[in-house]
Write a new protein. Structure first.
Ligand SMILES: NC(=O)c1ccc[n+]([C@@H]2O[C@H](COP(=O)([O-])OP(=O)(O)OC[C@H]3O[C@@H](n4cnc5c(N)ncnc54)[C@H](O)[C@@H]3O)[C@@H](O)[C@H]2O)c1
Length: 259
């Protein structure tokens, strides 16, 4: 039976936890008994997440890091281990899409930056944390991809990176299954985070058109993704690895033509 505190005694590291989905995930994990490392490049956002977690009496630590840089990732993991002794759960949530556009419009520097921020970061974090998980007997890695990884809706480098995150998930699952490390991936549809809403509100009618594409008639909340991450992080998903979970309000299921 699942305990009410589904992550009691676990240590979790969430990247990009200074806002949006990462923040909601860090908060939900803490409420469920985990001690949480809040990692973000943005110190203000990261500290705010820790403050919110602290308000409910739970344990969290902010560590500033650019997870697309190997030196930052190594320092982040070393500090996390110094503080908490091990890492049971890694959520690779941080990503970037700044400047990304069509294949003819995207420049090489933007392509490199987006791939580094959204795919290389997952490689670097997984590599560093898997070493620690092997030492401590296993763990669960939850990668945050996107419907963009399986469904062509624009953003060239970001979509390629997110498809890569799904492939990496399967590689890790296959390679480390017998050594107690599970790895799964979540593909969110449009989620109403501050950063995504800022983009959609800047384009006339964009949000209405997006909502109209969703069979459920609305976009998602950060908590919708966090709840799926909680299941994948917890022992309730003990026999689940290498799996992809759509949290997309039916966007990729198809559409009802009414005949
Ligand atoms: N919001 C959506 O509609 C949506 C849809 C599908 C997938 N996703 C995915 O969900 C995840 C979170 O999205 P969000 O909307 O919450 O974004 P967000 O912009 O609200 O949060 C991302 C956080 O990651 C941090 N970050 C970015 N690059 C970093 C780096 N190199 N190192 C450390 N921290 C870094 C940012 O500072 C920010 O706090 C991303 O992987 C995104 O691709 C979001």
């Amino acid at each position: 039976m699942a305990s009410a505190m589904r992550l009691e005694g676990k240590i979790a590291l969430v990247t990009g936890a200074g806002s949006g989905i990462g923040r909601a995930t860090a908060q939900l994990f803490a409420v469920n008994g985990a001690a949480v490392v809040v990692a973000d490049i943005n110190a203000e956002g990261g500290r705010e997440t820790v403050r919110r977690i602290g308000d409910t009496g739970d344990r969290a630590l902010f560590l500033q890091a650019d997870v697309s840089r190997a030196a930052d990732v190594e320092a982040l993991v070393i500090r996390s281990i110094e503080e908490f002794g091990r890492i049971d759960i890694l959520v690779n949530n941080a990503a970037s899409w700044k400047g990304d556009t069509t294949i003819t419009g995207v420049s090489e520097p933007v392509w490199d930056a987006v791939i580094d921020g959204s795919l290389k970061s997952v490689f670097l974090m997984s590599k560093a944390v898997i070493g620690e998980m092997l030492r401590s007997g296993g763990g669960s890695i939850v990668n945050i991809s996107s419907v963009n990884g399986i469904y062509g809706v624009g953003l060239t480098a970001y979509s390629a990176a997110k498809g890569g995150v799904q492939a990496l998930t399967r590689v890790v699952a296959a390679e480390y299954g017998t050594r107690g490390i599970r790895c799964n991936v979540i593909l969110p549809g449009t989620i109403g985070t501050d950063s995504s809403l800022a983009v959609w509100h800047s384009k006339p009618d964009a949000l209405d058109q997006i909502i109209a594409a969703y069979p459920m008639g609305h976009i998602g909340r950060p908590e919708d993704v966090a709840c799926c991450a909680l299941f994948l992080a917890s022992d309730e998903s003990a026999f689940v690895t290498g799996s992809s979970y759509l949290v997309d309000g039916g966007l990729t299921a198809g559409r009802n033509f009414g005949f």
